[in-house]
Design a protein around this ligand. Sequence first.
Ligand SMILES: Nc1ncnc2c1ncn2[C@@H]1O[C@H](COP(=O)(O)OP(=O)(O)OP(=O)(O)O)[C@@H](O)[C@H]1O
Length: 365
Amino acid sequence: MVIEKFLDNSLSSWMAGRGEHSDIVMSTRIRLARNLTGYRFPLAFTEDEAHRIDQSISATLLDASEELQMNISSVQIKDLSELNRQVLVEKHLISPKLANSRIEGSVLLSEDESVSVMINEEDHIRMQCLFPGLQIEEAYALADKIDRILEKELSYAFDEQFGYLTSCPTNTGTGLRASVMMHLPALTMSKQMNRIVTIISRLGMVVRGIYGEGSEALGNVYQVSNQTTLGKTEEDILADLQSITEQIIQKEKEARSALLKHSANTLEDRLYRSLGTLSYARIMTTEEAGKCLSDVRLGIDMGLIQDVDVTILNECMVFMQPGFLQKFAGATLNTSERDMFRAKLIRERLQKMGEKRITKGEELA
Ligand SMILES: Nc1ncnc2c1ncn2[C@@H]1O[C@H](COP(=O)(O)OP(=O)(O)OP(=O)(O)O)[C@@H](O)[C@H]1O
């Protein structure tokens, strides 16, 4: 089944890539919200409308595969088990809202998982493009290309005064949410995050956790995105995010240098302790795993820890989530079973990498 290839691997290629500033910016996301004319919005539409919308958008996008030079697969949400839906949420490919939805909806995914188009979520169309590192313009260029192709064939709900019409007024206008996922351990350790969040929100941006609205900042990973979409052009929104991101990068770099200057030994000890915990612990909560993975990532990015591949940490960050754990275990696990299985998987993953390192060393010897 086509969906299996998206479910079996916890690491999407955009998570493995190393775009610009990837020591701090893990990924960039552009999301566009669109609706069609002639149908009620998802809050009020009928099942028949939902079905026709799904068919029409899916067919248009699948037809565009060649023009986009992309291999696109369509997945009906109702065909997925609850666990498989959860796994797609954990990979950031669908939202919890679509996963839990009872109306007909689907997701269209590009083979490398950098493009995901949700149909009949909060709006008829929610398309997202994900790129590694800081690549706001690149991600927007792709989203815009897909949008133009769809707009040629479909009639979008658009108002001359307000712009693109959406279910929630906060998305009306451009329908654009541009965001960066940032790893900010030094700003967190030096207790500067609260101040930074306050400043960012005054500048019309919002800071969310790793899984978007309502989620916590697990592993010192924060998502920064634009708050408003009305009254601004796409270019303004992108330029503002670029500028704020660059300033946060600078602040995080300064905080890292300060840590190194004033407490290098304590820092190195903490980072290696975390590597030890990940390598040997038998029970691990999501929170502890997030903290340790963040420490090791910081160690790698600061050149204090060598020989650990950062993509393994990205992979662990996804497969330590409840859905993935249960998929790998092939069984339903309660909280304490998950904590044990999480520790086991992370341990084994790091061990495997260690073995590869030894083999490589032996080959060289
Ligand atoms: N830069 C990013 N890199 C990777 N994933 C991201 C990034 N930004 C957001 N996401 C993921 O996208 C999903 C949706 O995020 P969020 O709820 O913030 O946005 P949204 O659904 O587009 O917004 P809205 O609140 O307007 O409906 C979450 O899983 C989140 O982790």
